[in-house]
Design a protein around this ligand. Structure first.
Ligand code: HEC
Length: 381
C-alpha cells in the first residue's frame, strides 16, 4: 500500500467515538390548563407523535396524576395529533457561533428546541426518510447524530477525518458521505455500524457534496481546483471530473438526474451542468458572493442566496434568465425550500435571523431570530 494512502487511512482510524381558526379546538384549552400543572408546555412541544402515540402518552400522564375525563382525553389527543403530529414539518438551523441547532415548526414558526452540537458546526444534512440529522463539526472533528422525532442527540461519531465540512446521505439512509477539505478527501460511513467503509481522494479543498436522486453518484465541489468530482457510489471511485467556474461551493442535482446546479462563490456564477455529457451547459452571473441554492419543485427554478448583496435570486435553470431578486436580511447564507415548494427559508449569517420568502409573491413573509451566525438550514421531507 502506498505510504500516502496508508497515512490517509490512519487519519480515519481514530478512537471511536396550531392551526389558527376562529374557534379554538377544545383540546387546546385543556392542554393549557391540565398539561401545565407538573411541567411547562415546552416539554409537550418536544414530541411529534401520531394519534396512537399521543393516546399512549396522555394515558401515561393520567397515571402520573393528570385529571382528565374520557371526553377530555379524546379532545387532547385529537388536538395534539393535529398540531404536533408526525407530519409536522420542521426546519433545522445550524448556528456556527452558538454551536447549536435550532428546531423551528414550519407552520407556526415557533422555536421547538435548541440542541447543542460540537465545535464550529458547519454542515447539516437530513436522511431522506426524515429520521436522522447529521451535523459536521469542523473544529471537534466529529459528526453529531440527531433523532428528528425526539430532537435529541443519539451519538457523536468520531473517525470522520480532519475538519469534516459538509455531508450527504444516501436515499436509503445507509451511507453518509463527508467532505474533508484539509485532506482533499471524501469519507464514506456505513451508518448501521457507524464505521468508515471508504476514503476517496478528490480535487483540492472539497466543500459541498450532493447525491443524485437515485443515489448512484456523489458530486463533490472542489473549491480550489474549480471542478466537480463525480463518485460512483457502488465502487466509491471518482469516475469523472467536470471543470466549472471559479470557486464551486454548494451544489444540487435535479430529481430527474439530468442536471447539476453549482454555486461558484468566488466568480459569482451559477453553473448548470448537463449530466448526460458531464459538462457545463450554461453559466449565469448572479449576485455578490453567492453561497447556497435551492431547486424549485419543477427542477427548473433555482433560488440562489447572495451573501454579499443581501438578496435571493430566482434563476431559470434552462435559459439562465433572472426571474426575480428578493432583498432579505444581512448575509443570506443557507437556503431551503419546503416540500410543497411554497416557501423558502433563508438564514442571514450577519443578522442572526431567518427570512421566510413566499415563492409565488416573492415577498418576505416573516423574519425569525435564530442563534449566533446561522450557517445552513434544512427542512424535513
Ligand atoms: C400530574 C403531573 C403531570 C401532568 C398533569 C402532565 N404531565 Fe407530562 N409529565 C409528567 C412527568 C412526571 C413527566 C416525566 C416522565 C418521564 O420523563 O418519563 C412528564 C413528561 C411529559 C412529556 C415528555 C415525556 C417523553 O416521553 O418525552 C410529555 C411530552 C408530556 N409529559 C406531555 C404531557 C401532556 C400532553 C399533558 C397533558 C395531557 C401532561 N404531560 C400532563 C407529569 C405530568
Amino acid at each position: 500500500m502506498p505510504l500516502l494512502v496508508l497515512v490517509t487511512l490512519l487519519l480515519f482510524i481514530a478512537p471511536p467515538h396550531r392551526p389558527i381558526s376562529a374557534e379554538p379546538p377544545p383540546g387546546e384549552a385543556i392542554v393549557g390548563r391540565v398539561c401545565t400543572l407538573c411541567h411547562t408546555l415546552e416539554r409537550v412541544d418536544t414530541r411529534r407523535l401520531d394519534a396512537k402515540g399521543w393516546e399512549a402518552l396522555v394515558n401515561k400522564m393520567t397515571e402520573f396524576g393528570a385529571q382528565l375525563s374520557q371526553a377530555e382525553r379524546r379532545d387532547v389527543v385529537a388536538y395534539l395529533a393535529a398540531t404536533q403530529g408526525l407530519q409536522v414539518l420542521k426546519a433545522y438551523v445550524i448556528n456556527e457561533e452558538s454551536q447549536d441547532v435550532w428546531v423551528i415548526d414550519v407552520a407556526t414558526k415557533r422555536v421547538l428546541a435548541k440542541i447543542p452540537v460540537g465545535k464550529l458546526p458547519h454542515g447539516i444534512s437530513i436522511s431522506p426518510d426524515g429520521k436522522r440529522l447529521y451535523v459536521t463539526n469542523m473544529a471537534s472533528d466529529d459528526v453529531t447524530v440527531i433523532d428528528i422525532t425526539t430532537n435529541s442527540v443519539i451519538m457523536t461519531m468520531g473517525s470522520v477525518g480532519r475538519n469534516p465540512h459538509e455531508s450527504a446521505v444516501s436515499p436509503d439512509g445507509t451511507f453518509l458521505y463527508v467532505t474533508n477539505p484539509s485532506s482533499n478527501l471524501v469519507s464514506v460511513h456505513d451508518m448501521r455500524r457507524h464505521s468508515v467503509v471508504a476514503v476517496v481522494p478528490v480535487g483540492r479543498v472539497p466543500h459541498g457534496i450532493a447525491l443524485s436522486a437515485d443515489g448512484t453518484r456523489a458530486y463533490v465541489a472542489n473549491m480550489e481546483s474549480n471542478e466537480i468530482s463525480v463518485i460512483d457510489t457502488s465502487t466509491n471511485q471518482v469516475i469523472a471530473t467536470i471543470p466549472t467556474q471559479a470557486g464551486p461551493h454548494r451544489l444540487a442535482a435535479t430529481r430527474d438526474g439530468k442536471r447539476l446546479y453549482v454555486i461558484n462563490s468566488t466568480s459569482n456564477q451559477l453553473s448548470v451542468v448537463d449530466l448526460t455529457k458531464n459538462q457545463v451547459a450554461l453559466k449565469v452571473l448572479v449576485g455578490h458572493s453567492p453561497y447556497d441554492l435551492a431547486v424549485g419543485a419543477g427542477d427548473t427554478v433555482v433560488w440562489v442566496s447572495n451573501e454579499g448583496s443581501n438578496d435571493i435570486w430566482a434563476v431559470d435553470g434552462s435559459t439562465g434568465q433572472i426571474l426575480a431578486v428578493v432583498p432579505v436580511g444581512g448575509g443570506p447564507h443557507g437556503i431551503a425550500i419546503t416540500p410543497d415548494g411554497k416557501e423558502l427559508w433563508v438564514v442571514n449569517i450577519n443578522a442572526n435571523t431567518l427570512s421566510v420568502v413566499d415563492t409565488a409573491s416573492r415577498k418576505v413573509l416573516a423574519t425569525i431570530p435564530v442563534g449566533k451566525r446561522p450557517h445552513l438550514v434544512v427542512i424535513t421531507p
